[in-house]
Design a binder for this molecule. Sequence first.
Ligand code: AMP
Ligand code: MG
Length: 394
Amino acid sequence: MLSVNEAIKILLDSSKRLVESEKIDLIEASGRTLAGEIIAPIDVPPADNSAMDGYAIRFSDWFDAQSPIPLSQRITAGSVPAELEPASAARIFTGASVPPGADTVVMQEHCAEVDGAVRILELPHRGANIRRQGQDLSTGQKVLPAGQRLRAQDLGLAASLGIARVPVYRRLRVAVMSTGDELREPGDDIQPGQIYNSNRYTMKSQLAAWGFEVVDLGVARDDPEVVSEMMLRAADQADVIITSGGVSVGEEDHVKAVVETLGAIDLWRIAVKPGKPFAFGRVGDTPFIGLPGNPVSVFVTLLVIARPYLFACQGTADTVVHSVRHAALFEKKSSLREDYLRVRATDAGVELYSNQSSGVLFSTTWGDGLVRQNVGEEIHQGALVDYLPYVVFN
Ligand code: AMP
Ligand code: MG
């Protein structure tokens, strides 16, 4: 059996970027992956400016001043100041440019203004309350690397540099297919022997949340010809194909035989729970991932195993997730497989959902994350465990 890390590594090693780059408006770029590094074209802030509402002075003129200082100008944010007149102070507001000749801003709470003059009650140190030109970013500085998936703060940073358009990779196109004669869609009646198709909804919405373009192919019946025809359509329309179910070795599991005929497939036995049967291959030249059928297995393997590969195919760098250590509020015997337990965090630690069966999808919505129980690890009440809140998979 492959360990989870080995499986992820094989996937990443065989991955390559499958998408071209394009230039888009910054405002549209949230969640997209940068296709080139961003270098600061200007200093931020572009000039020294005041961090406070107050009075700008030349420190050396006034460090022992007792008498009021005449005010020579008033500088609001957005205006251009004149040079500071000798032996004067300038009224200044937050964000306004510091006038040439001034080197210190005294906050207004430490001053008293009377008749066009200001008395300093408490002198700060020289240089106080000034945000220096370039203190955030300086011209030529590398600010965002290629491969970075853009978050809100990254867009804000690019905007602060005046960058209006950014190079990003096209969204990865992922074809999604569920397999199984027993599946019906929500809204349909179910007859004895049938169940509702949940994997389609889990997969589609998770892939869309990651910013991929989903080609939703619906359900393939357990019929080799149907599966084959849908696989070809998927390969034609998408960069990567993901299916759920039908990858075990039962007589009604046709995915393996079909993909073998159309390309190549490896059936992996990954030492993971839930999610042992996992397939990787290609339909023609289009990469193919076959997730298990059980709903919890789909969810977990999509997050833990498929996710890094999919992002790599889109040119996104650094898809490693980091767990945090949190106290277990439960006991669990060691296991031969890496076990992804569905848990819920509280201030005191993580609670385990009572039924960890791979068919119990409620375990995933009851909680807010997974505990990774490493192979051979025994979990004891109060011991620290690896907790992966779902947000780390965002
Ligand atoms: P399979 O790998 O096709 O044998 O599926 C394993 C289990 O997962 C079976 O109990 C299936 O009914 C169930 N299953 C497969 N696909 C889905 C789906 N799309 N939605 C809900 N359950 C599914
Ligand atoms: Mg099936």
